[in-house]
Design a binder for this molecule. Structure first.
Ligand SMILES: [Fe+2]
Length: 329
């Protein structure tokens, strides 16, 4: 775990909102959402306004409700194990590296079949935050329209740590071709959602490291945003801010130095940067690092400031570039 000085666990929501923090996928308040064990990583309880990021864990035999949010888009990134999501009207098996995208109003569900031997772990992004999800645990005051920050900050400091291991399971997968984003039109994705994979998207080099744009308007995604990159030893990502997008950047694989509050902090696998809009962030990988690092950020609304550096956007309209593989050397 990172030094207390930078840790999201010990920063107030005001401090995170104005200066950012370092968090971890194993560190956050635990509640239930849609009947599933949920750890709160980025949410209005720690300074985020435009997105929530949660870690969901389903043991074999567990299943969520079939639900929808009229207002919110949702993305489900399979991180560990194996399970199924209800997408485009059918149950689809997904593996680590797959990302299911659901526009608002599209029914969705997840389950871990009984015969499986391992937990099915998802990292979900909900845009905008459905803050009524936090009400049953006592973190939202409906009458006053306020997050209950005293209770939240106490719970954040006392939260027990999870036990997700740092070893990597993420990989490319093109099973279930009928629901894969690269086989669907932008209009089909916008209406009913699609299955993406972290290793295939629109190539982007606007912050100096090889990346793919995955969830973004060029592919018909509305409010969710997710991009994934590869940083070899000796590489450095341009220091940047997003004017209107809150961003949660996870170190999915590898270690490096993450820029926050004007300083480079050593971070390892599963560590993450909480960078609400306007908070400067970036990163670099020492030349003597053992291997490449793979950061990927959830941001909402999608980052127009990045798309303005591509030929795919003009006067409010997006073009749809081909899906290509992320360069991973
Ligand atoms: Fe960023």
């Amino acid at each position: 775990m990172v030094d207390e000085k930078w840790s999201a666990r010990f920063r107030t929501h005001h401090e995170i909102r104005s200066r950012g923090a370092i968090g971890n996928l194993n560190d956050g308040v635990e509640i239930a959402t849609q009947g599933v064990h949920t750890r709160l990583i980025a949410w209005p309880g720690n300074g985020f306004q435009t997105e929530s990021v949660h870690v969901l864990t389903l043991a074999p035999g567990e299943e969520s409700a079939l639900y929808e949010y009229d207002m919110a888009d949702e993305a489900m990134l399979c991180f560990k194990g194996q399970g199924e999501v209800h997408l485009r009207g059918e149950w689809v098996q997904i593996e680590p590296g797959d990302v299911a995208y659901f526009p608002g109003r599209v029914p969705r569900a997840m389950r871990n079949p009984k015969g499986n031997s391992r937990d099915f772990v998802l990292v979900n992004q909900i845009c905008p935050p459905q803050f009524d999800l936090y009400e049953p645990a006592g973190y939202y005051d409906r009458r006053r329209g306020k997050m209950k920050f005293d209770a939240i900050e106490k719970a954040r400091k006392e939260a027990s740590l999870g036990n997700l291991p740092p070893d990597n399971e993420l990989h490319y997968d093109d099973s279930y071709p009928a629901v894969r984003a690269w086989n669907l039109s932008v209009e089909e994705i916008r209406r009913d959602g699609a299955l993406f994979n972290m290793y295939r998207g629109a190539l982007f080099s606007g912050i100096d490291v090889p990346m793919v744009l995955l969830l973004w308007p060029g592919y018909g995604v509305s409010r969710c945003g997710f991009h994934y990159g590869c940083m070899p030893p000796g590489s450095e990502a341009a220091t940047h801010t997003h004017p209107v997008s809150d961003e949660c950047i996870v170190n999915w694989i590898g270690s490096g130095l993450s820029l926050i509050s004007g300083e480079y902090i050593p971070t390892g696998p599963l560590d993450l940067v909480l960078a609400p809009c306007g908070v400067q962030h970036g990163g670099k990988i020492p030349a003597d690092a053992k291997g490449a690092a793979f950061p990927g950020g959830f941001a909402s609304p999608p980052q127009l400031d990045l798309y303005l550096r591509t030929p795919h956007y003009k006067d409010g309209k997006y073009q749809t570039p081909a899906f290509e593989m992320l360069e991973t050397k």
